[in-house]
Ligand binder design. Structure first.
Ligand SMILES: [Zn+2]
Length: 131
């Protein structure tokens, strides 16, 4: 399952960072999720919660920042947002990867494919400050 594999990779990053800093607890995990990534925030969150169970990050607050897609058109030079439409069959937003201005499919996705840890809030041994 794609989302499970990606999430477990991100969970590993959280746990490694926590270990490096000898965190007592991870209180918060922030994730950047591009809207072109094919799983929805609720799904990502629930996989996170499962994988963090019984770790130093058990019960951490999961904050998901969704990122709107942007493209750069190699035909007309348009550089900006990519309109999304709601899929009729799945609970996801889908985008056709063509330029909304000229219809060319020679476009680069500049935003919207993110799936990464944006921040980790940890309780460190020396203080109660968040990292
Ligand atoms: Zn174009």
């Amino acid at each position: 399952m794609h989302s499970f594999r990606t999430t477990s990779w991100m969970v590993n990053i959280v746990l490694i960072e926590a270990q490096k800093r000898h965190a007592k607890r991870v209180a918060r995990v922030e994730v950047d999720l591009g809207k072109l990534v094919c799983f929805n925030p609720a799904q990502l969150k629930s996989v996170f919660v499962q994988l963090l169970e019984d770790t130093v990050a058990d019960n951490a607050e999961i904050i998901i920042h969704t990122i709107d897609p942007e493209i750069k058109c190699n035909q007309c030079g348009r550089n900006g947002d990519l309109p999304l439409r709601k899929s009729e069959t799945f609970d996801v937003q889908i985008a056709s990867l063509t330029c909304p201005d000229c219809g060319a499919s020679d476009v680069d996705i500049t935003k919207g494919k993110e799936c990464r840890i944006a921040g980790i809030g940890m309780v460190l041994p020396s203080s109660t400050d968040f990292y």
